[in-house]
Design a binder for this molecule. Structure first.
Ligand code: SAH
Ligand code: SF4
Length: 359
């Protein structure tokens, strides 16, 4: 008989400050020691037990024996020619890889984080959707991506300002781990990132949006719409069949009213598909009177989807129509397009380059 493998020791990055406190309290250490450890992890950002020099040696010994300090490691890395974007493919404990993108623009560093390996939502234009779902990330695997880029930024005395949960995966399909990671990001004794600079983007998971509204979590909300009628949205976003547009918009209105906070709507502009004046009018009518802002993103071409981005004139016309409904919009810059910086695209490109496996 195979022996049962012993469970892995807990990864400290998976724990909230409260959970870390409970762990240490169980070993007889007070909240003072918990806070010293928390600050070492997220302020000094130590990377090994040996570096925990400010803690009692017996506590370090117990941690070494019963916990692990595990972060993702670089598997592959590319830099964009515009010099602003660095795209990382990070490897997790089980060999899965996820994308993390660091953008430095006008002194404001932004990181784009993954919340899942793959994605179950299947959006037709998205490289991650084309891969399918592999697994959820743990809170520590999400925080590990943040620490990976803060380490890079420290080399040049820069700090991280913006976090966007717009990498691989659907954050509200992995609600608990994602929001646990967000809580660690904003913890004032640790990374202390500002909630107004953390944006969670969802494909439109209705129960998750309602839960976010009820729990008042410290994030800005972005909803990927891409179509303003059931049929048009359903053709691009299969998840729309589960959460129809009317229910999604009800949840969005509930969020705006309850939180008194604006929602961002994302719209990947695909030439001849969802960039027509008719679509723009339908979207304008849908959002008219709501505290909403539309981010239009000309499509990033992917291997699995043979459509093109809208040209500048179509983009401008689309925005003008939205403006006639007093719906503000911004064109999101496609930084790093030369390095497959769209969601899931680097992983797809690296996998295409891998030599075929022997039979
Ligand atoms: N799953 C979440 C967050 C990750 S995707 C969501 O769908 O919102 C982040 C954003 O990138 C979404 O708005 C998504 O629609 C968009 N996106 C994905 N692939 C794209 C592509 N090829 N071109 C343009 N935008 C894309
Ligand atoms: Fe998943 Fe978002 Fe890609 Fe859709 S766009 S497949 S929800 S990651």
């Amino acid at each position: 008989m195979q022996p049962t493998p012993s469970p892995l020791p807990v990864n400290l990055y998976d724990l909230s400050r409260a959970a870390l406190g409970e762990l240490l309290a169980g070993w007889g250490y007070s909240a003072y020691h918990r806070d010293l450890l928390w600050e070492a992890l997220y302020r000094q950002q130590v990377e090994s037990f040996d570096a925990l020099t400010g803690l009692r040696p017996d506590l370090v010994g117990a941690l070494r024996e019963r916990t692990r300090l595990e972060r993702p490691v670089t598997h592959h890395e590319v830099f964009s020619t515009d010099g602003y974007t660095r795209k990382l493919l990070l490897r997790l404990r089980d060999g899965q890889t996820v994308e993390t993108v660091l953008m430095r623009f006008k002194g404001r560093a932004t990181v784009c984080l993954s919340t899942q390996a793959g994605c179950a939502m299947g959006c037709v234009f998205c490289a991650t959707g084309q891969m399918g779902f592999v697994r959820h990330l743990t809170p520590g695997e999400i925080i590990g991506q943040v620490l990976h880029v803060t380490r890079i930024l420290r080399e040049t005395n820069e700090s991280l300002r913006n976090v966007v949960l717009m990498g691989m995966g659907e954050p509200l399909h992995n609600y608990d781990a994602t929001l646990a990671a967000v809580d660690t990001m904003v913890d004032p004794k640790g990374l202390a990132l500002a909630p107004r600079f953390i944006t969670l983007s969802t494909v439109g998971v209705v129960p998750g949006i309602r839960r976010l509204a009820d729990e008042d979590r410290p994030v800005q909300l972005a909803v990927s719409l891409h179509g303003a009628t059931e049929a048009e949205r359903g053709a691009l976003v299969p998840a729309a069949r589960k959460w129809p547009l009317a229910e999604l918009m009800d949840a969005c209105r509930y969020y705006v009213e309850k939180r008194k906070r604006r929602i961002f709507f994302e719209w990947a502009l695909i030439a001849g598909q969802n960039d027509t004046p008719e679509q723009a009018h339908t979207l304008g009518r849908l959002l008219e009177g709501m505290d909403a802002h539309v981010n239009v993103i000309p499509l990033n071409p992917t291997v699995g989807y043979a459509q093109s981005p809208s040209g500048p004139e179509a983009v401008r016309a689309f925005q003008d129509i939205l403006a006639s409904y007093e719906v503000p919009s911004t064109v999101r810059q496609r930084r790093g397009i030369d390095i497959d910086a769209g969601c899931g695209q680097l992983k797809a490109a690296v996998e295409r380059q891998r030599p075929p496996t022997a039979p």
